[in-house]
Design a protein around this ligand. Structure first.
Ligand SMILES: Cc1cc2nc3c(=O)[nH]c(=O)nc-3n(C[C@H](O)[C@H](O)[C@H](O)COP(=O)(O)OP(=O)(O)OC[C@H]3O[C@@H](n4cnc5c(N)ncnc54)[C@H](O)[C@@H]3O)c2cc1C
Length: 487
């Protein structure tokens, strides 16, 4: 008899049962890695994926973090754990799990060898990833044409193919819904076919949740303080928080409120990587004001860690970028679509961009007090003339006055790539309860069980999220093997 009360309804609807050792829920990089590692260890393994395609957000991932890999050695790159951990700890006031970083770094070179042995397409290029990182730890996947970006399917495709060759079953269109618990231990899972609504009961000894977080759940994002009306989605759909919900119902701790996101400032409906967005929101070249018209931050605060832009934005209720015609003239070369984008936005129905001949008129159009906005623009211009940002310490070369009409104001929306961290895990990637004890037979991997970050996703160690997917997937599968064999 299942101890989870939600199981009764599913049990009545079961149309088939599958017996196996382990079920992996979610087929992104972490789930696929766990599946292959489990199959390699000889476990009867099934991986289910709620959508019709395998790979999750992993197919968009461009590379993977590692320290001490054979490629780095060949290139003469020498990065140490000390450099990684010193930077992470300082950046986040020691508010991170250093042991999670230690495990990731220690295992990372071996993980690269393992990936290569399974035919993963790494290009051989290792660098700081588009200048985001502090150290060269980003191992690029082979390029995809025509956009020449790193191709994440170079990771997920060969791993899944090898898992299937070793006997793993990969089942698409199947959503894991409820854990079956007996004597406080995982005993299986109910899953629903998303096309036919049929229910399958998996009788197994371990479940690995690789569900990729909850960023597509309007309800969960709203509960966590996001204005979902102005929140847009960069990732593939399929991330509805099932992993956190199932783990919590089995007694594991839901830590999603104290973890983080890969999330950036955005202007809807522009493309997420558009230079117009970069120049208006992410280069520190405009003035940032809140809904009252008050300047609220150093506009270059996320120069090295993009998460700091959104952290600063989230400190205020509503936020905007303000600039003038001279800003457009100066940045046209690097953001060639800026004129067209602004015209389209002004003619659109988004109400996220306004233009006016005076700052007072601009404030009225966006619903701010004209006196406050003009006082803040005047103060900003005064600091620009002085060449020193006495208020928020933005570097002087980014302090450029706003004085050439017409003037513009653009709402700062957000685009979420993924949530990172939801189920509390230990070093074996077991899902743990608030008292620190594991839920027997339950594991959480990838972004679902990630313990690396707290106050933001640190691009300064690029590819670490994906490094964690591979490391957690392998570690959880090995832990499940030991658990099932009673070791
Ligand atoms: C556009 C983009 C680019 C990125 N680039 C990088 C990068 O270059 N480097 C990096 O380190 N990180 C990057 N990331 C972060 C990235 O999300 C992770 O590194 C990686 O995809 C996480 O893998 P995962 O397996 O945890 O989750 P996902 O890749 O999100 O996979 C989770 C899978 O679980 C499925 N699922 C969810 N619920 C269920 C359920 N109940 N039943 C069955 N299946 C379910 C989902 O449909 C999905 O396929 C990027 C993210 C995005 C969106």
């Amino acid at each position: 008899m299942c101890e989870n009360p939600a199981c009764a309804d599913y049990e009545k609807r079961v149309s088939r049962t599958v017996e196996c050792d382990v079920v992996v829920v979610g087929a992104g990089p972490s789930g696929i890695t766990a599946c292959l590692q489990a199959a390699e260890l000889g476990l009867m393994t099934v991986i289910i994926e709620t959508t019709g395609r395998f790979g999750g957000n992993g197919t968009e991932v461009e590379g993977i973090f590692a320290v001490g890999s054979k490629m780095q050695k060949e290139l003469g790159i020498d990065v140490t754990f000390r450099e990684v951990i010193e930077s992470e700890c300082k950046m986040f006031n020691y508010h991170i799990n250093a042991l999670a970083w230690q495990d990731l770094v220690r295992n990372s070179a071996g993980n690269i060898d393992w990936l290569l042995s399974h035919g993963v397409g790494l290009s051989g290029v290792v660098d700081e990833c588009k200048g985001d990182g502090e150290v060269p730890v980003f191992h690029w996947f082979k390029r995809r044409q025509p956009d020449n970006r790193g191709d994440g399917s170079q990771l997920t495709r060969p791993l899944l193919e090898d898992a299937v060759k070793l006997g793993a079953q990969a089942i698409p269109n199947t959503r894991g819904m409820e854990l079956i618990m007996k004597d406080g231990k995982v005993a299986g899972l109910y899953a629903v076919n998303t096309e036919t609504d049929e229910v399958t009961r998996f009788d197994c000894k371990a479940v690995i949740l690789a569900t990729g977080g909850f960023s597509d759940s309007e309800e969960m994002m709203a509960e966590r303080g996001f204005d979902t009306k102005h929140l847009f989605h960069r990732g593939y759909p399929g991330h509805y928080g099932d992993g956190v919900r199932m783990a919590a119902s089995a007694g594991a701790e839901d830590v999603s409120r104290v973890r983080t996101y890969l999330i950036k400032l955005h202007i809807d409906p522009l493309f997420f990587y558009s230079q117009t967005i970069m120049y208006i929101h992410q280069k520190g070249l405009t003035l940032w004001v809140n809904g009252n018209g008050e300047r609220y931050a150093n506009e270059l605060c996320g120069e090295h860690v993009a998460a700091f832009f959104t952290n600063a934005k989230m400190s205020q209720e509503k936020t905007f970028s303000v600039f003038d015609t001279a800003f457009i003239e100066r940045n046209r070369v690097n953001a060639p679509d800026i004129d067209k984008d602004l015209e389209d936005l002004l003619n659109g129905d988004g109400n996220n961009v306004f233009r006016a001949d005076t700052i007072e008129e601009l404030a009225e159009k966006v619903g701010m007090d004209p006196t406050i906005l003009s006082a803040n623009v005047a103060r900003y211009n005064e600091l620009c003339a002085k060449g020193c940002d006495d208020d928020f310490a933005k570097p002087a070369d980014h302090m450029i006055p706003i004085d050439k009409a017409p003037f513009y104001i653009v709402r700062q929306d957000m685009a979420v790539w993924t949530s990172i961290g939801g189920v509390r895990t230990n070093r074996k990637f077991e899902a743990v309860k608030p008292d620190g004890k594991p839920v027997p037979g339950l594991y959480a991997v990838g972004v679902e069980g990630c313990e690396l970050y707290r106050d933001g996703y640190t691009m300064n160690m690029p590819g670490s999220c994906n490094g964690n997917s591979v490391n957690s997937g392998r570690t959880a599968a090995k832990s499940a093997f030991a658990y099932i064999k009673g070791e």
